[in-house]
Design a protein around this ligand. Structure first.
Ligand code: GSH
Length: 212
């Protein structure tokens, strides 16, 4: 199978899960910032034009972080990337959905691409004053999102209990975006981020991404 990724992107969470699961895979880096996901060659693979994109060995394509993460976890059932307990599984999905839909999809999306939310602002390719208020709004959403998750991490080391799961891979990718944006993580989330940075699988991926 092959994972398509781009520097700095949320695809790092999927790369981490492939490593944690111990599966055989290859990767292909795209110039996401340069618009390669919008080129016909990649759109033919994933018309959504997004990474992570996973092409499986039979040629079929999986998109969306949670779908790819769940499928990877199922390929390595003994690793425990999805909790066996139904409530803990629901907790893992709850955190992952909140990361994808709210912290990333609503918050960081406003910070990274304000023009999507204020299209009238992007006349002649220049962002106007509206972009700043959209970015500020995004920042508030991100900070509120991490504040909501902080108590979840107060009583255990990982997002859904005492083991690393798909939820931690999702949480990691948004935590990783905060230093550059000068967003201060609440204490328990910060400790979670630091804990994850010590994991060998994450260190291998960061090295492959040229980050460590
Ligand atoms: N809902 C998608 C979001 C993926 C996404 O937003 N990916 C970004 C990178 S973090 C991307 O590919 N952006 C390229 C673009 O929009 O052109 C998922 O969960 O996989």
């Amino acid at each position: 199978m092959k994972l398509f990724w781009g520097a700095g992107s949320c695809a790092i969470g999927i790369h981490i899960l492939l490593e944690e699961a111990g599966l055989a895979y290859e990767t292909q880096r795209l110039d996401v910032a340069g618009g390669e996901t919008r080129q016909p060659a990649f759109q033919a693979i994933n018309p959504k034009g997004k990474v992570p994109t996973l092409v499986r060995d039979d040629g079929s394509v999986l998109t969306e972080f949670s779908a790819i993460a769940t499928w990877i976890a199922r390929q390595a059932p003994n690793v425990g990337l999805i909790p066996e307990d139904a409530t803990q599984e629901a907790r893992a999905v709850e955190v992952m959905a909140y990361v994808e839909g709210t912290i990333h999809g609503q918050g960081f999306a406003r910070i990274f691409a304000p023009q999507v939310f204020e299209p009238q602002d992007a006349v002649h390719g220049k962002l106007g004053v509206g972009a700043d208020s959209v970015r500020r709004q995004g920042r508030d959403m991100v900070e509120r999102g991490f504040a909501i998750l902080d108590p979840v991490l107060a009583s255990h080391d990982f997002a859904a209990g005492d083991r690393f799961t798909i939820a931690d891979a999702a949480l990691f990718y948004v935590e990783r975006w905060t230093p550059k944006q000068k967003i201060v993580l609440p204490d328990n989330v910060q400790r979670h981020y630091e804990r994850l940075l010590t994991r060998p699988a994450i260190q291998r991926v960061r090295q492959a991404w040229g980050e460590a």
